[in-house]
Design a protein around this ligand. Structure first.
Ligand code: SF4
Ligand code: SF4
Ligand code: SF4
Ligand code: FES
Length: 946
């Protein structure tokens, strides 16, 4: 626990019935089901406690919280006693004090008496309770049950010192109830019992995923962040938002001076309710890593050493180069890329700079390569480019279908929430080529794992639709009332065709027809069926078709417009939703309004004081093609690493080399910066203010906790560049940028920093119709009016296996690393994942004479790379899998330039490859190594030339 938040001892009751009782003579009115302990805390009466904490169900083991109930017998534990109308409670009297002192004596007799030198001193509940019960001396001889236990320092972020353990089991329960990993066990009885990772393993050898929930729950210094041990207790705290994934967890940055001591998940966070994963909780050290570049740098050519210069010189050089290029090659020869890692305000400014300052619409974002099909597919069918629910909705789902997503790795805190619902009895359908953790995890087992072949999603969704339509499972009332009937008729006839039956598509998908039929019935007949999907849906040549197929299925079964259902894209990066909302796509202004729409354009022209282009600009892949054609010469990239994250990177690298001015604004000399001519130091989320919008459309505050190491927040740098380009910007705080966004974007009309400060976070649309935001979309009607069905013909990808490339490579993420890894690789998270490996099925490995750990060459039509093999039956025969967190792995050397027909989202998930045992790195890897060495050498010379 942390001294910065109040602990009510037990969770709040959700009941809307109220009961009134009297506690120590004071009246308390609370929801029925509230514990006496919680009720007392709510009126400021703190009952001593040890085993209770309000993030966990009450356990009733320590007996410290005893109270007296008038007319009752004995002394019940207040944490397990529910309030009842008319109850009269006494929390303090001589008898209770004596019992509590006795209990505390027993605890203290088996606890080291080193409070003054203990790292928890001042933030230890045992110490507090000893004081609270007035314990002055201990009459018993020290007990040695725990005192000699050995410390486990194996986890890089926290230590486990069992000599201080009071066996309250809060950690065990946190691991079970909150995280759902069940990594800890409690062995033995009473005071002799011991807590440890299962089978007495060290933490690092156990199932533990380092989420920190046990550390958070521990009332003593037994489980303790190493950063607190090293630097001391934090002194103040600021609530902000995690900058890693699209869950958007709320955290308290707990500080000493301007140093972050620890990040503690905020109980009031509406996306995470006090839970965290290893990245947000512990992996923040990159912000002050020695690799940070904090001085602006320029150079004429990428063969030249970098030169450190003043901000003024760097900005002037960047602006003059962009102007020179536009003068020589035309207005459209420059563009920019916004970042889903940056705040809404920063993203808004970058697209504004490009549209108003550069005078074209050549702006795109990394959402191009992840969720652009979501934007397209959901806009076409529902009328809005976003997920339909909040995360808490999953707690009301009866059947959960997860398609092409791996929540426990990609969206861990939401994964834990989903597991909690599954443990309560919701049924699970997983559609994924690979056996993700969710398929079988403690107390959770998928009812159906549809282990389809990569690239066959659309055939599968059509087969599911076929069953719904032909077995009378359509929610006719919903369709009649809420959907466009002509489009429904066409879709119905289409999916009903025999060629779309599970039996006919079995040959394509590889999923047994009976399994598909059973899954379709389960989903369609659920009271509440919810679909969650990820990049395994979107990153295909038919990504948009599949999103539409999912929307069709949800509409046909009436699973939209209320809590517990919906179509929920699990957005990858922290602000990928926001970067799309903020007008990062070349064809859309903020709020998804097309640039050709005259009224919208006039609105922005009036506000921005310029004439705007009505033609959509270049998408990222078009920018690369144009660079190689010689018509695109200058690029401003804020917070993106396109030279690692985009597909077919040899093509990307060639395009970057062909440009005359690449401006990179980032924390580190990332892969793209190796091709840059101007480097502008970026600021981490700890160094700036703004907002992020998570996968639930939730706009959450990012609050500055330390000064930007480079001197400026990212939005300020964009503003400097705009002014130097001759387009004036004069914001003095990001709240002014949000005010402008709200003024120009109907779905953000009611958003302001004031509102966010008041309510914590808000889900858009937030406007006059929904001043408190919108947890569930399309409740009365779809945003477009009637829900529109669309025919989703399955078209086989062009990426085919053959004798030369017989296996399909698919890619994904792992819990401990994040995307291109620029941040997580610079933290102790490498202890879990220090390299990308190629997962291969034992049969495929045996055929090729490959053993676990062997170096294997992976060759596609685009290129070749070398990784170490990991033999596992998580992947099916014929499929290999890797992550892409390390640039030297070159996963994107092999991915091809195939892309989604509607949005150009790359087909990362399907690459035909051959795999063979090799003894040395690939030619590309050797070239990469030499180029990196050269660029690091040129970086080393930067300060020499300053
Ligand atoms: S860190 Fe998380 S996963 Fe590991 S033991 Fe603690 S609660 Fe369980
Ligand atoms: S490690 Fe901490 S939370 Fe776990 S039983 Fe011991 S004192 Fe309680
Ligand atoms: S789940 Fe996502 S947002 Fe939450 S702590 Fe982990 S990385 Fe951060
Ligand atoms: S706090 Fe109630 S029994 Fe431990």
């Amino acid at each position: 626990m942390s001294k910065f938040e109040k602990d009510f001892g037990t969770p709040a009751s959700p009941s809307d019935q109220l009961v009134t009782l009297e506690i120590d003579g004071f009246k308390a009115t609370v929801p029925a089901g509230t514990s006496v302990m919680h009720a007392a805390a709510s009126i400021g009466i703190e009952i001593p406690k040890l085993c209770a904490t309000d993030s966990l169900e009450p356990f009733g083991s320590c007996r410290l919280c005893l109270v007296q109930v008038e007319g009752g017998r004995g002394y019940p534990a207040s944490c397990t006693t529910p309030c009842a109308d008319g109850m009269k409670i006494t929390t303090q009297n001589a008898k209770l004090a004596e019992v509590r002192r006795g209990i505390m004596e027993l605890y203290i007799s088996d606890h080291p008496l080193d409070c003054l030198t203990c790292s928890s001193n001042g933030d230890c509940e045992l110490q507090d309770m000893a004081g609270a019960v007035g314990l002055r001396e201990v009459r018993y001889e020290p007990v040695k049950t725990h005192l000699n236990a050995e410390k486990d320092d194996s986890n890089p972020y926290f230590s486990f010192d069992p000599s201080k353990c009071i066996v309250c089991s809060r950690c065990v329960r946190a691991c079970e109830e909150t995280q759902g990993t069940f990594a800890l066990t409690l062995d033995g009885r009473g005071f002799d019992s011991k807590v440890s990772p299962s089978q007495n393993q060290a933490f690092m050898d156990s199932e533990c995923v380092s989420c920190g929930a046990c550390v958070q729950a521990c009332p003593t210094a037994t489980l303790m962040e190493k950063s607190v041990i090293e630097h001391g207790q934090p002194e103040h705290a600021v609530v902000t938002t995690c900058a890693y994934c699209g869950v958007g967890c709320s955290f308290r940055a707990e500080m000493r001076g301007d140093q972050v001591i620890r990040m503690v998940p905020d109980k009031d966070g509406k996306a995470n309710h006090g839970h965290s994963c290893v990245k947000g909780r512990f992996a923040f050290g990159y912000a002050t890593h020695k690799d940070r570049i904090t001085k602006p740098m320029i150079r004429k050519s990428i063969k030249d050493p970098w030169q450190e210069v003043s901000w003024e010189e760097a900005i002037d050089y960047a602006a003059s180069e962009l102007k020179r290029i536009q003068g020589s090659y035309g207005k459209d020869s420059v563009g920019g890329i916004t970042s889903s890692r940056c705040t809404n305000e920063e993203t808004y400014l970058v697209q504004k700079l490009i549209r108003a300052g550069f005078g074209n619409n050549n702006v795109d974002t990394c959402a191009r390569v992840c969720h652009s099909p979501t934007g397209y597919g959901l806009k076409q069918t529902f009328g809005e480019s976003s997920g339909t629910q909040n995360f808490d909705s999953v707690m009301h789902a009866d059947v959960i279908m997860v398609i092409g997503a791996n929540p426990t790795d990609g969206h861990p805190v939401f994964g834990s929430q989903m597991k909690k619902r599954l443990r309560q009895g919701a049924r699970l359908i997983v559609a994924d080529p690979r056996e993700i953790d969710l398929v079988k995890t403690p107390h959770v087992k998928a009812s159906h794992h549809l282990k389809l072949r990569p690239s066959t999603n659309v055939a599968l969704i059509n087969a599911l639709g076929h069953v719904v339509v032909t077995e009378g499972l359509v929610d006719e009332a919903f369709v009649q009332e809420r959907c466009d009937l002509v489009s429904f008729g066409k879709w119905k006839d289409f999916v009903a065709e025999q060629r779309n039956s599970p039996e006919a598509s079995e040959e394509i998908t590889g999923v047994p027809a009976a399994e598909v039929r059973a899954a379709a019935r389960l989903y369609a007949q659920a009271r509440n069926g919810a679909i969650y999907y990820g990049l395994g849906v979107t990153e295909h040549s038919q990504g948009s078709t599949m999103v539409i197929g999912i929307a069709n299925l949800a509409m046909a079964t009436g699973n939209l417009g209320r809590i517990g259902v919906g179509v929920n894209p699990l957005r990858g990066q922290n602000n990928v939703q926001g970067s799309c909302d903020m007008g990062s796509f070349p064809h859309e202004f903020p709020g998804y309004r097309h640039v050709s729409d005259t009224a919208t354009r006039q609105l922005f022209e009036l506000n921005w004081g310029v004439t705007l282009d009505s033609e959509p600009g270049l998408r990222i892949p078009n920018m690369f093609d144009a660079a190689l054609d010689g018509s695109f010469k200058g690029l401003y990239v804020e917070g993106e690493d396109i030279a690692q994250s985009d597909p077919d990177i040899q093509h990307v690298h060639a395009a970057l080399r062909a440009m005359e001015c690449v401006i990179v604004q980032d924390l580190f000399l990332n892969e793209t910066a190796k091709f840059a001519h101007v480097f502008l130091p970026g600021s981490s989320f700890l160094e700036k203010s703004g907002t992020f919008t998570n996968a639930e459309r939730r706009i959450s505050p990012v609050r500055q906790v330390m000064a930007p190491l480079g001197g400026y927040q990212d939005w300020q740098v964009t503003q400097l560049l705009a002014n130097a380009m001759g387009y004036p910007m004069n914001y003095s705080h990001p709240s002014e940028i949000m005010d402008e966004i709200a003024r120009l974007t109907p779905s953000f009309a009611g958003v302001s920093y004031e509102k966010i400060d008041q309510v914590g976070s808000v889900q858009w649309p937030c406007n006059d119709e929904a001043p408190e935001g919108t947890p569930t979309m399309h409740e009365q009607e779809f945003l477009r009016g009637k829900g529109r069905f669309m025919v989703t013909e399955y078209v086989q990808t062009q990426e085919r296996t053959n004798r030369q490339f017989p296996l399909i490579l698919t890619t994904g993420r792992i819990l401990s690393q994040y995307n291109v890894g620029a941040q997580t690789r610079r933290t102790d998270n490498v202890a879990w994942h220090a390299e990308d490996r190629l997962e291969i099925h034992p049969h495929d490995a045996e055929d090729r004479g490959i053993k676990d750990g062997d170096w294997v060459g992976i060759k596609s039509r685009a290129g070749e790379t070398v990784l170490r093999a990991l033999i596992t039956d998580r992947v099916q025969p014929g499929v290999v899998y890797t992550t892409f967190h390390f640039p030297e792995s070159g996963a994107n050397v092999i991915t091809t330039d195939n892309s989604d027909w509607a949005t150009n989202c790359p087909e990362y998930k399907v690459t035909a490859v051959q795999v063979a045992k090799v003894s040395q790195s690939s030619e590309w890897q050797r070239r990469y190594h030499d180029f990196t060495e050269e660029q690091l050498h040129l970086l080393d010379q930067a300060s020499l030339h300053s």
